[in-house]
Design a protein around this ligand. Sequence first.
Ligand code: HEC
Length: 100
Amino acid sequence: MGILKWMLPLCLVLAACKASSNYDPDFEPAPEQVKADWPMTKQRCSQCHTLDRVFLQMELQNDKGDVEWMVEDMASRRGSKIKSDEVPRIVNVLDWHRTR
Ligand code: HEC
């Protein structure tokens, strides 16, 4: 029972993820938590603009504080679907990508 509740959405998310992004190969070596939160990050951060923009900007960030500031800024935009408990998870994903 418990496991099924987790497995189905996870499979759907992984399948969708595999099918749709150019950036996924980058995340192959990522820690489990980063991999797990990547589809959510992708969904949240492509709501208002493309992900390419996020990644371009990411290369320019100097430290994790900059990434945090940016994600918080985006989370506070009108209509943003980013929840406050997702902010640190998104920051971890983007910060991992930045320092890979
Ligand atoms: C509610 C809409 C919305 C969401 C969700 C959103 N953004 Fe944005 N983002 C914008 C808008 C609008 C702009 C362009 C205007 C601006 O830069 O102020 C922008 C611009 C950016 C830029 C360029 C900033 C610059 O200085 O050029 C980056 C990087 C960025 N977003 C990253 C992200 C990340 C990372 C996420 C996910 C955590 C995200 N965005 C989610 C609305 C959003």
